[in-house]
Each structure stands twice: as C-alpha cells, then as structure tokens.
Design a protein around this ligand. Structure first.
Ligand code: PLP
Length: 401
C-alpha cells in the first residue's frame, strides 16, 4: 500500500492515530495481543501466498470484480450521469464479505480456531459466519435478545452456516451490550480466537485492516470508471455507518484532488439526539469501543443511542480515518433522512430494476441530489448492498401499494 504515505491517503501512526483520531484504548491484558495482530497483519498483507489465496476467493467465491454500471434511466431522469459500483452483487449481498474473508483468512494464518463477533441486524454476523464456514473456523456471534427476536431470517442463516449464537440478555439487549459481551468473551479467549470487527472502527489496527481489505472496491471502481468513460468521476459518494464501504471506495480516489468525495450519514428522523446516527455531523470528540472518533453523546458525555431506518448505519461512532478526512476537508460529510432514503429505494427499483439496501439507498439519494443540483456531472455511487432484507419493513412502514 505504497500510496498510504501520501498526504490525503495517510497510514496511521504507529500508535494508530489518523490526526487526532483512532488509537488504541484497551485493557492492559489485550495490548500485547493487538500488537501481535498488527505485526501479523503487516506481514501477511504483503505476503504473495496470502494475497493469492485472498484474490482467488474474492474472484471465485465472492464474485469480484463487481461491475460499475451506468444507470441510464436514473441518469436521464435527473440530468447527470450516475454510475453504480455494484457491491450488491457480491456473495451474501453486500460489501461486508470483502473484509470478512480477509479477517477470516488472517485469523486462520495466525493459527486461530475461532472468530468472535457481535451483530445488530445480523448482516455482519452472516458475513462472518459465511467466512468462518468457508475457512473451517468456529464462530461465536453475540447478539442482543431483542435483535434475535427481530431478525429471525438472519439468525437462521447464521445457524445454518454453523455459527453459535450467543444471546445477550443485559441492558437494552441490543447491539451495544452485544459489543460489550463479545469483547469480554474475546478478552478471555484471545489466545485461540480472533475478534472480527464489522467496520472500519475499533482499536488500532482494526480500522487499517478493514480499510485494506475493502480498498479493492476503490481500486476496481477507479479502473472501471476510467475504462468506461475515459476520465475520473466528478463526484464519488458512499453511505457511512462505521465507514467500511465508504473508506474502501474513497481510498481509490483520495489522491485525485479533482474528484469531490462525499460521505453520506443517516439523518434518520431529525437533528435531535436519538433521532439520527450522523456521528460526524452531530457528534463530538470522544472515545467509544477502544478508539477516539466523533461520537454522538449526551451532555454527560455518554455515548447516545443512534437511530437510522437502515440498521447497518445506526452506530454512534465513526471510523477514525473518516474523522481525519473531515478535519482536513478532503471528504465532505452530509446527511440524508429516512424519508429521502426510502424515496431513493423506490426510485432505483422502479427506474433500474435494482432494489438497494436501505443503507445504500442513502448514497443513492445523495447521488440523485447531486445530479439535480449540478447537471451534466459524472457521479459514482457505491451500492453497498442489496435490499431483499428490507422489503418487508419498507412495505409495512412506507406502503406504496
Ligand atoms: C453494514 C452495511 C453498511 C454500513 O457499514 P459501513 O461499515 O459503514 O460500510 C452499509 N451498507 C450495507 C449494505 C451494509 O450491510
């Protein structure tokens, strides 16, 4: 990753900081293990055999490269050229398989026997359970009791894939407690288990590991876009939960200063605390889950409950590199509401025959907004996942028929 030392696409410092953000706020007992993960990652990321194996799986198992598609009908409707990077076509239906395969292969090479992860709606859990099945690793997925009840299809998927679902019964019995309990379990089992983070967040070195495994999106997209249009896009946009699909796409364009880059956060139902999950836009500097970033917090400084219609986006923190890119002004972070996302969900389905995930619908909505406001531009939008999982919810809550 030789480009990482350039100004816009920096690697973290040795302590894991991107400017003011990131780092490693860990219990003493885990520091050495994280140092070990860092060293092993640095070794394997440039290891020919490792990369050959990963490339084989990305191509023949996950279905990469995912195409860049010129959305001609949507473009005609709004007066700009809108292109979609089709991560929705990956095995398991989203970009999450990219870093899950990478993390699982790294764990396997490190001699680990088990992956430990938490999940909210179950998307990350399914991707990790898939990679664990493939690599012959055990898999413990921590999930709040409330979420288990709500997300039955994904719970069944994980079980069929051989994962062990650990029901978390403390506190609100949702994602926050699942993260806490997964981490407690990991701190007891780290000698034989690897923690598999689900986004470009967490203590160093996880943000850089996830970015590395997701950067395939940006590399492919830049080359595909150049091949199809003979130039770079004017605008690039992706939705930001923790920030893995976004940093993956952005990493391909950070050095191209003529390309304007937009990270799209969920405005949910409004600007008040608890109504949205726009951590960059409405958060303050703080520490959450072992790293420093912009955090949605109450007046006492406690992390607030985040909300978005897209469960993959409702995290009260955001990846440290995004916070840095916001600080230096290289990426502009903006918001899209639940309602705008649902409109884009229907719009893309009707015009192009592509049903996007509600998460990705935020990026599509922003692409449409850019198209309307600036005619004749070339816009590349990351379609991070497909919307099958959201159909029932949308029809029940935003009925159109
Ligand atoms: C999980 C998820 C996201 C949000 O995660 P990031 O780490 O911010 O990319 C976005 N889109 C889809 C389809 C997801 O499943």
């Amino acid at each position: 990753m030789e480009t990482l030392n350039k100004k816009y696409n920096i690697a973290p410092t040795k302590d894991g900081f991107f400017g003011n953000y990131g780092g490693q706020f860990l219990p003493e007992g885990l520091k050495q293990e994280f140092e070990h993960i860092y060293e092993e990652f640095l070794k394997y990321k440039d290891d020919a055999e490792f990369n050959e194996e990963l490339d084989y799986l990305l191509k023949n198992y996950a279905g990469r490269p995912s195409p860049v598609y010129f959305a001609r009908n949507l473009s005609a409707k709004y007066g700009s050229e809108i292109y979609l990077k089709r991560e929705d076509l990956n095995h398991t239906g989203a970009h999450k398989i990219n870093h899950s395969l990478g993390e699982a292969l790294l764990a396997k090479k490190m001699g680990k026997k088990k992956l430990i992860a938490e999940t909210g709606a179950g998307q990350h859990g399914v991707a990790i359970a898939t990679a664990a099945a493939l690599m012959g690793l055990e898999c413990d997925i921590y999930m709040g009791e409330v979420d288990i009840e709500k997300e039955k299809p994904n719970v069944f998927r994980m079980k069929i894939l051989g994962a062990n679902i650990v029901s978390v019964k403390s506190g609100t019995r949702t994602l926050k407690e699942a993260v806490d309990e997964a981490f407690i379990a990991y701190s007891k089992e780290y000698e034989t288990a690897m923690y598999a983070i689900g986004s470009a967040v967490g203590p160093h070195p996880f943000p850089m590991i996830i970015e590395h495994f997701q950067s395939v999106i940006g590399r492919e997209a830049r080359a595909q876009f150049m091949e199809q249009t003979g130039r770079l896009p004017d605008y690039v946009a992706a939705c930001v939960g923790g920030g893995s699909n976004a940093i993956g796409l952005f990493s391909g364009f950070l050095e191209d200063t003529e390309v304007q880059i937009f990270g799209v956060e969920p405005l949910g139902k409004g600007t008040n605390l608890g109504q949205n999950a726009a951590s960059m836009t409405y958060g303050k500097d703080g520490i959450i889950h072992g790293f420093k970033c912009r955090v949605l917090q109450d007046e006492q400084g406690n992390a607030a409950n985040a909300y978005s219609i897209a469960s993959g986006l409702d995290y009260p923190g955001v990846g440290p590199k995004h916070c840095y890119l916001n600080d230096i002004g290289r990426v502009k972070y903006d918001v899209i509401s639940d309602e705008e996302a649902v409109n884009a969900f229907y719009d893309l389905s009707e015009t192009e025959g592509i049903i996007p995930a509600l998460e990705s619908s935020h990026a599509v909505a922003y692409g449409i907004k850019l198209a309307k406001e600036n005619k004749g531009k070339k816009i590349l939008v990351n379609l991070s996942g497909r919307g099958d999982k959201d159909i029932q919810y949308v029809l029940e809550n935003y009925p159109k028929f």
